[in-house]
Design a protein around this ligand. Structure first.
Ligand code: SAM
Length: 328
């Protein structure tokens, strides 16, 4: 049963309303003050019914948002992967709340019960052992089912190992692909890497310490010698970020003792194809111009060599103007 009735609540007592007080206000981009929505006041009031997908620290217990603290202290129940792990975090923050386990082994059995409570009007927080739920963690099906049943789902954003690793990697952040854990068997891992090799983006992958060296070797083979970073124990006492090419990192971890702790590997986007030498470009253009129009020849050679189309067209034009467009 819920700890409080399901009637309509004022927006001041709704943590989703408090989100607005903390958020950028659309047009001006300014951050509004917290005002009268301090954590203690919010904790005393019940959140609106619904599922609160709540991020928790990935190591440093202080990395919890004010809003997460308020909501975790006020929901009817917290669904968590491991009640001991979440219990410890709550204790550190002086929060007491009913916990119920929700993990990959009991999800099929527990999900209908959580949905039933949510349909009765309960406020349920979903947390994982660390970081953002659903990101290589349970919760996807629960969220889908809530959406299908019209139960409100609210994200309480916060830490995630993938983003923390990306931003300290020094690799391009404008476009990235989160690939979760690679398969543990070498052949399957190389198959997945071959798919990822074509993606024009930075790749972010979770890895376990004892597979790191083999994984980096496979990455160097399949992805090429890209720039990469190994981020270990982020936000914790022994935090370490090692940067280098995949070949350098593979060699380092092949020689080093198995590292301890939790790891994210970040790999830069595919290496740009080197610009073709002028002679090679001219030769390719002459061959193409023998059978194609100037425009088609330029497009064909640009696609084949990776050189900029405008540059190739200009060179094709120059060759034709000077009569150098066919083999002597
Ligand atoms: N949902 C979590 C998140 O948002 O960060 C990820 C869960 S996944 C099961 C756990 C993996 O995340 C670890 O095996 C490791 O690869 C990575 N990870 C978690 N905490 C980390 C940390 N402090 N430093 C580096 N990697 C971490």
């Amino acid at each position: 049963m819920s700890r409080r009735p399901t009637g309509k609540r004022s927006s001041a007592s709704d943590p989703r309303a408090s989100a607005h007080a903390l958020s950028h206000s659309g047009s001006s981009g300014a951050i509004e003050p917290i005002g009268g929505l301090g954590a203690s006041k919010r904790a005393a009031s019940a959140p609106a019914p619904g599922l609160y997908v709540t991020a928790t620290p990935i190591g440093n217990a202080a990395d919890i948002t004010l809003r997460a603290r308020a909501v975790l202290g006020a929901v009817d129940v917290i669904a968590c992967e491991d009640t001991r792990v979440t219990g410890k975090l709550l204790k550190m923050h002086g929060i007491s709340a009913p916990l119920t386990p929700y993990h990959e082994h009991n999800a099929e059995r527990v999900r209908p019960r959580l949905i039933a409570r949510l349909e009765e009007g309960a406020a349920v927080a979903l947390v994982s052992d660390a970081g953002t739920p659903l990101v290589s963690d349970p919760g996807y099906r629960l969220v889908r089912e809530c959406i299908a049943k019209g139960i409100p789902v609210t994200a309480l954003p916060g830490p995630s190992a993938a983003l923390a690793a990306l931003v300290v990697s020094g690799l391009p952040t404008d476009r990235f692909l989160f690939a979760g854990f690679l398969p543990s068997r070498d052949a399957a891992r190389r198959g997945t890497l071959a798919e990822l090799a074509r993606v024009p983006a930075t790749l972010v992958m979770l890895e376990s310490p004892h597979r790191l060296a083999a994984s980096l070797a496979a990455m160097a083979d399949v992805l090429g010698d890209r720039d990469a970073a190994v981020a270990r124990e982020l936000t914790k006492l022994y935090e370490e970020v090692r940067r280098g090419t995949l070949t350098e990192l593979a060699a380092h971890y092949a020689a080093a003792a198995t590292p301890k702790g939790e790891i994210v590997v970040v790999v830069g986007p595919p290496l740009a194809a080197p610009a073709p030498e002028a002679d090679a470009l001219d030769a390719a253009l002459r061959a193409a111009l023998a059978t194609m129009s100037l425009r088609d020849a330029a497009a064909h050679v640009a696609a084949e060599t990776g050189a900029a189309r405008g540059k190739v067209y200009a060179r094709a034009l120059a060759l034709r103007r000077t009569g150098e467009d066919s083999d002597p």
